[in-house]
Design a protein around this ligand. Sequence first.
Ligand code: ZN
Length: 133
Amino acid sequence: MKPTHIEHIGIAVKSLDDSIPYYESLLGTSCYKTEEVKDQRVKTAFFLVGQTKIELLESTDPEGPIGKFLEKKGEGVHHLAFAVDNATEALQEAGQKGLMLIDKVSRKGADGMNIGFLHPKSTHGVLIELCNK
Ligand code: ZN
């Protein structure tokens, strides 16, 4: 798995309503999409910076992954997502190299992507997502 680029950076926020205007002003570009991902218990908002997206994540459930992250760490960078040709193959390759996986096969994520996560315990504390279109 050789990632082609950073597909997006996921940032946990308390409120999309508060943070979307801030990022629109900071980046000089409009949010091009918002989407709820029910199984992740988040609402997302996307911005494009070059070929890399900024993905804002607002929790819809305090017990969900972003809800727990906000509770423990507060707002901030949540994950880095690398674009790969095939997320499932990249996950399996990472697993064979001994990395801990959160997902063994890719699943449907926001913005039409197939996604899967490596466990931050085996990636020096950074939650890493592998994704493909
Ligand atoms: Zn992501």
